[in-house]
Design a protein around this ligand. Structure first.
Ligand SMILES: Cc1cc2nc3c(=O)[nH]c(=O)nc-3n(C[C@H](O)[C@H](O)[C@H](O)COP(=O)(O)OP(=O)(O)OC[C@H]3O[C@@H](n4cnc5c(N)ncnc54)[C@H](O)[C@@H]3O)c2cc1C
Length: 382
């Protein structure tokens, strides 16, 4: 039985409801995605029907008005099925929607949030560039003021789902002399804006539908009302989105690891070698015990941090610790699960193999393990 998030009966009930939905409705879709590499059209409708899109946006903006703990609990449960469902939650209630909700003008909120909350539009988050990944403040995309607005020039890459998104939050330099403090601004750029091109779509080690786009802004004009927040506030907006984003990623790691451990336990109870079940072998038991212990540790760290965030307390470097620990834990649990399954864990498209590839993203995306360690150490040494 997992440690319970904040232990309230409501959250316990929600977990059971989501788990049933994931098993009955999302699992068949996950198997279809494995078989075809395509996400069927009704997948998003299933998520919308349950209220799992736009969960963190306020009700007056078309969202569910849930706190971060509740969002993360649902994220954890849907991650037991397929990473695609976690991305749907993120595109409707993650980095960009939350930034619009917190920093957008009423007109921007009206324009975007209802469509994002019901999944009819998708938002992407455009920060990384070929010359600026971990060192995000080194971005070179430039936005220059002009009559009526701004002209954006530059390239972004590895932007999740941006080729399908209707709106992208683009982080650009507006005052090269000032750098991250005051010299970077966030813009909301819509698909179809002249000068905005999708040059490439990359597949990754992960499952087929997870694609990253390379975007080019070639003298791309956006009006003044495309600025999100204040001019010069863009780096702080991006970093504040990433702080709560780390908790979502961590919850996906916990959910995936939980499912992998469950699959491994089921497998060892039926697979015999040398006349005995794998479940009776101490070498196998120890792998399961290590995974269970690390999973429990990840949950304690994540749930305590969520409790502090929802209570309005500053979590400090705890979000980095959670992201670091959960993403590395998921990698170890996935590796052990593949080992326990043997050849059956390496066949393309079976869930264990697919989870193994998908969890590899988590140690790089939304701030790599090294960047999280850097942030934790910076706090220790300040
Ligand atoms: C699946 C996936 C989805 C993504 N989606 C998005 C998205 O939607 N939007 C977006 O803007 N970006 C996105 N990214 C990009 C992601 O944020 C970057 O890949 C990440 O920040 C690392 O940057 P990089 O790839 O340029 O690696 P680099 O910055 O070149 O780093 C390479 C390696 O060096 C390490 N390293 C770097 N600096 C240091 C240091 N000072 N000390 C020690 N080690 C260091 C890094 O940890 C890494 O291991 C995504 C990436 C992935 C994998």
């Amino acid at each position: 039985m997992p440690l319970e998030l904040n232990c309230t009966p409501e959250l316990g009930h929600l977990r059971s409801t989501v788990r049933r939905f994931v098993r009955d409705r999302l699992e068949p879709i996950a198997l279809a995605i494995d078989a075809t590499g395509q996400v069927p059209d009704h997948a998003i409708a299933e998520m919308r029907g349950q209220g799992y899109l736009g969960m963190r946006l306020p009700p007056e903006q078309g969202g569910g008005g849930f706190d971060l703990s509740t969002y993360c609990l649902v994220m954890e449960e849907v991650a037991r099925s397929h990473r695609v469902f976690t991305l749907m939650m993120d595109a409707s209630s993650g980095l960009t929607p939350i930034a619009i909700s917190r920093f957008g003008t009423p007109a921007q909120q009206d324009k975007y949030l209802r469509k994002l909350a019901d999944g009819s539009w998708i938002a992407a988050f455009g920060l990384t560039e070929p010359g600026a990944g971990s060192d995000a403040a080194a971005i070179r995309t430039l936005a220059q003021p002009c009559e009526g607005g701004w002209r954006i020039h530059g390239v972004k890459h590895y932007i999740s789902g941006a080729h399908r998104a209707q709106v992208i939050m683009v982080i650009a330099r507006t005052d090269p002399a000032k750098g991250a403090k005051g010299g970077i601004t966030a813009f909301l750029v819509e698909r179809g804006t002249p000068g905005f091109h999708v040059d490439r779509v990359d597949k990754t080690i992960g499952s087929d539908p997870i694609e990253l786009a390379e975007l080019r802004f070639d003298d791309c004009f956006v009006p003044h009302d495309a600025v999100l927040g204040q001019v010069g506030q863009g780096f702080a907006i991006a970093m504040s989105s990433l702080t709560s984003g780390r908790m979502g990623v961590s919850s996906a790691c916990i959910g995936t690891a939980d499912r992998l451990l469950e699959l491994a336990v089921e497998h060892v109870k039926v697979r015999s070698t040398f006349g005995q079940l794998l479940a009776d072998r101490q070498a196998i038991q120890w792998m399961l015990a290590d995974s269970a212990t690390e999973l429990a540790h990840a949950r304690s760290l994540a749930y305590e941090t969520l409790r502090r965030i929802d209570a309005g307390q500053d979590p400090g470097p705890a979000t980095s610790m959670v992201k670091l620990y959960c993403s590395e834990m998921a990698g170890r649990v996935a590796d052990r699960a593949v080992q326990i399954f043997g050849g059956a864990g390496l066949i393309r498209g079976v869930p264990v193999e697919r989870f193994y590839r998908d969890v590899r993203h988590y140690r790089v995306g939304e701030g790599s393990s090294e960047v999280q360690r850097m942030l934790i150490a910076r706090d220790l040494l300040k």
